[in-house]
Structures are given as structure tokens and as C-alpha cells.
Ligand binder design. Structure first.
Ligand SMILES: [Zn+2]
Ligand SMILES: [Zn+2]
Length: 357
């Protein structure tokens, strides 16, 4: 019931996270240039390596990092995974640079998400990158426009986050240096959400919406959506108001009938006064009395007033935040599932640091 819309959204999105692990193309070439002719450089220990949360061993080429667990992703899903990399006791210091690629999660299409609002639709994911680095405090990647570290791929891709993106679409999320011989490990955690509250505010009609990353474990729902849902379906909410307004129109028509073909809207009630009472001035024979609304086209006035309330209630439903979220998510998912694959990629680059002296 609460998430009934997910039943309607029967298409599922497969989002893949691939990780590429590289070390510098300069590896050893630079090193050997320093130590001309020295074969010892070629056997220098180089063990810069990484492993994903699901790996048991460290690898120095690719490693497993399936951010989305190989599962389909649907609106309001969320999750996270970590990977770990290490200098592995290498014989040189290592400058590392962890890079991310979200090029697949940019602009998708333009779509009318409600009867009122046209919107530019983006893949409504947000990410948060945190890291545990030995000897340093907690690290959070905080590009411009991020909220508590949560950032939108859109802002990276369009430059508004102030992050440099290379020609392949990679940008740096963490850099640092392992000292010579270090076997320290850095753990990078990637958290993600399908969170349309971070995107809907770009649309004028919904500019007041505050991004909210909170998850309601009891209701198994993102709070931002739950709030919109309650506004719509909760007691006294938009749906109740619409039903009450429709009921008021029906009740009015049931009581007062409708206009006759000549355009007049007049009717009469049987007189239900106590005709035996001493102060009754009614005639003795059975008779009817006019509806008070017979005066001055009163039926039309009242009908139009009630119909106006119903129309406003219908419009409030059609332009509600809930409908906007559902419209946005549906449009985004339809675009995403039409793609062959949607990838979020990571690349860990390690550059040997030229030994001093
Ligand atoms: Zn009447
Ligand atoms: Zn009477």
C-alpha cells in the first residue's frame, strides 16, 4: 500500500559498477631512468594493490567492486560498499589517486512529470565517498553543492561542482601518499541512493523541497518519499480532500437536482412544517416551498463554488510532490533501462615517487 507505486514501476534498472585498477604507466620506467642500467630497479618490490569488499585477496590489476551487488536497482534503493588499497610494502613511496566515473549518470531526457511541470530528467542518484586513512581523520569527499558529503553526478558532469573531469570522464575523489615500505591500508566506502529529493528542487514548482537522505527502517522507505506519500494519501491529505470535494458536488446535485432544458435551476421542497401549530401561517392544503437558492441563480453560484473547490483539489493531486516524484522516477527509469548498461567506475592510480638523493 505504502509503496504501491513500485508495483506500477515494473521495469527494473540494472546499474553496474565496474572498477579499474591501474598503476602508473610510468611504473619502473621512471624508476629505471633514475637508476640507469640498474636491473635491481626492475625487481624492486611493487605491490600496490587493492581488493573489493567481496574479495578475499588483494589484486594488483582488476579487483571486484560490484557497487550494486549485480542486482536491479529501482527508485529509492540505497546501499554502499567499500574497497581497500594498500602500498603493500613497496620499495618506493606511492602517490595514489582514486578516481570515479559517473558519465553514465547525467542528463537523460525532458519530460512532463506532472500536468504542470516540465523537467530536465537526470539519473537521480546521489553518492557519498568516505575514507579511512591511517594517521588521518575521517575523510569525506565534498565537491561543491554536496549536502553532508552527498553529491549529484549531474553537478560533477556540468562543472558546477568545481571538480576537474578528464576526457574519459574520471575525476579524483581521494589522493594521498604511502611512504616507502608502507603496508598501510586505505578503505574507501562508496554510499549511494536513488534520491529524487536532490533533483526535484531544480524544478521551479518544487524549489522548496529539502534534500533528505534519511531512511525509515520501520517503513522500509526513504523519508523524503514517505513525506510526499503521507501528504497525498495520509488522513486529511490531498486524496481525502479531493474525495470530499467530489462528494460535496454529488451531494449538492442529489439535493438540488440540476438545471432544466430552458436553463432555469429551480425546485421546490414539500413543506414539512407543523401545520397544526397555532402560529403556522401555511395554507391548509398540501403544498411546497421554494428552495432558498431559487433566488438570483443561487444554484449556479453554489454549484460553481463547489465545482471550483473540486477542480482545485484535483489539480493539487495532479501537481503534488508525490506525482512529481513518480513522474520523475518513471521517466528516469524508462531512459536508464533503454541503455545497454549503466556503469559507475572507479580507478585507483598509483604513481611511484622518485626516490630522493
Ligand atoms: Zn435548491
Ligand atoms: Zn407548509
Amino acid at each position: 500500500m505504502r509503496l504501491s507505486r513500485l508495483v506500477r514501476l515494473c521495469l527494473f534498472l540494472l546499474v553496474l559498477a565496474a572498477a579499474t585498477f591501474t598503476y602508473s604507466a610510468m611504473t619502473f620506467a621512471r624508476f629505471t631512468e633514475t637508476y640507469t642500467g640498474s636491473d635491481s630497479a626492475l625487481v624492486a618490490r611493487w605491490n600496490f594493490s587493492a581488493r573489493g569488499q567481496d574479495d578475499e585477496a588483494f589484486y594488483n590489476k582488476g579487483f571486484t567492486f560490484d557497487l550494486f551487488n549485480g542486482q536491479t536497482v529501482k527508485p529509492m534503493d540505497h546501499g554502499g560498499k567499500y574497497f581497500i588499497f594498500t602500498g603493500g610494502g613497496s620499495d618506493t613511496a606511492i602517490d595514489y589517486d582514486v578516481r570515479m566515473n559517473v558519465a553514465d549518470l547525467g542528463f537523460l531526457t525532458t519530460y512532463g512529470i506532472t500536468t504542470a511541470a516540465q523537467a530536465d530528467i537526470y539519473a537521480p542518484f546521489i553518492f557519498k565517498i568516505t575514507a579511512e586513512i591511517p594517521g588521518a581523520g575521517p575523510y569525506v569527499f565534498t565537491p561543491g553543492g554536496s549536502v553532508d558529503g552527498w553529491f549529484r553526478p549531474k553537478d560533477i558532469l556540468d562543472g558546477s561542482a568545481g571538480v576537474d573531469v578528464d576526457a574519459e570522464g574520471y575525476f579524483s575523489i581521494l589522493c594521498g601518499r604511502f611512504p616507502v615500505g608502507s603496508d598501510e591500508q586505505v578503505r574507501v566506502t562508496v554510499s549511494w541512493q536513488w534520491n529524487t529529493s536532490f533533483y526535484i528542487r531544480d524544478i521551479d514548482d518544487y524549489a522548496a523541497v529539502q534534500p533528505n537522505t534519511a531512511y525509515d527502517a520501520d517503513k522500509a522507505c526513504m523519508l523524503y518519499y514517505q513525506a510526499a506519500y503521507d501528504t497525498y494519501y495520509g488522513p486529511g491529505g490531498l486524496q481525502d480532500q479531493r474525495n470530499a470535494a467530489a462528494q460535496a458536488v454529488s451531494a449538492f446535485l442529489a439535493e438540488h437536482g440540476g438545471p432544466s432544458p430552458d436553463g432555469a435551476w429551480l425546485h421546490y421542497y414539500p413543506c414539512e412544517a407543523d401545520h397544526g401549530a397555532a402560529d403556522n401561517t401555511c395554507p391548509e392544503e398540501p403544498h411546497e416551498i421554494p428552495c432558498p437558492l431559487n433566488e438570483n441563480d443561487g444554484h449556479f453560484t453554489e454549484y460553481n463554488r463547489l465545482a471550483g473547490i473540486e477542480n482545485a483539489a484535483i489539480r493539487a493531486c495532479e501537481t503534488s510532490l508525490l506525482k512529481a516524484y513518480d513522474g520523475y522516477d518513471t521517466a528516469a527509469m524508462n531512459e536508464l533501462v533503454s541503455k545497454e548498461s549503466v556503469k559507475v567506475m572507479f580507478r585507483i592510480v598509483g604513481n611511484q615517487v622518485r626516490p630522493e638523493g
